[in-house]
Ligand binder design. Structure first.
Ligand SMILES: Cc1cc2nc3c(=O)[nH]c(=O)nc-3n(C[C@H](O)[C@H](O)[C@H](O)COP(=O)(O)O)c2cc1C
Length: 229
């Protein structure tokens, strides 16, 4: 499936990712990571730890799970094309830890919109981890400052929805702005196309090919950004 997407999206994929065996385009300089990775010198410096992308997801009826699958695949495909190691840490929202957040070089978030919000499990993940991402200094109102430990790290968000999805996308975007993350693209918001009846809302969902591709591209873009910074 990934190879087919790569063919389908070849022009775009090439603008994001260097082709196999070629050097990265100058806007994604690989720098010391690539150099030290390919060095054969006996005195070479220890290899840097592989870059990490954290994928946090929640899904009630399957659409966001399949979107997360595509994001994960896109991230792996990008790393493979760039011939660089990438650790993709995939966590259900209930299992993602503060350490997962602090040690990630980039982020992928994927969840459904429920009642004009991201789903409760996903919101709980942000509530549980949000303030741990700030470094506080100073003790009184005159000197107290907080800085984000995640400053500038790239992220992408994908929302599964019924008829809307914009509130959840805006909510995650605001949270990521609070963390001072850097969006690599607009949020991917995908409506499942079903009439919003009680039965349809609760039924298992299928993921369309174009949704898969959009999520695959987003995963690849976050991974490529992490790997080239
Ligand atoms: C309790 C509940 C609330 C929902 N609220 C919204 C909503 O506010 N906006 C919307 O577009 N879809 C809403 N939906 C529909 C889901 O977002 C949609 O079915 C989506 O595809 C579910 O993703 P999932 O399959 O990953 O769980 C709601 C669904 C449920 C179960």
């Amino acid at each position: 499936m990934a190879a087919r997407w790569t063919r389908l999206f070849c022009p775009n994929a090439r603008s994001i990712l260097p082709r196999k065996g070629s050097r990265a385009p100058s806007r994604y300089p690989l720098g010391s990571l690539h150099t030290s990775f390919s060095s054969s010198s006996a005195n070479k410096e220890p290899e840097p730890a592989p870059r990490r992308v954290l994928l946090v997801w929640h899904s009630r009826t399957g659409l966001a799970r399949q979107m997360a699958d595509a994001m994960e695949q896109g991230a792996h495909d990008a790393a493979e094309e760039m011939e660089l190691p990438l650790v993709l840490v995939r966590r259900g929202a209930a299992d993602a830890s503060v350490e997962d957040v602090l040690t990630a070089d980039g982020f992928l978030f994927c969840a459904p919109e429920n009642l004009a919000s991201i789903s409760g499990a996903m919101l709980e993940f942000f509530h549980r981890t949000y303030y741990h991402a700030f470094q506080a200094e100073g003790t009184d109102s005159a000197t107290y400052t907080e800085t984000s430990r995640l400053l500038g790290r790239p992220y992408g968000v994908a929302i599964a929805a019924g008829s809307d999805g914009t509130s959840a996308a805006a909510q995650v975007t605001r949270i990521c702005q609070g963390w001072r993350l850097r969006a690599v693209a607009e949020a991917v918001v995908r409506r499942n196309g079903l009439v919003q009846t009680k039965a349809n809302i609760q039924a298992p969902k299928a993921c369309s090919e174009d949704t898969r591709v959009a999520c695959w591209e987003l995963g690849g873009l976050v991974a490529a950004t992490v790997l080239s910074s």
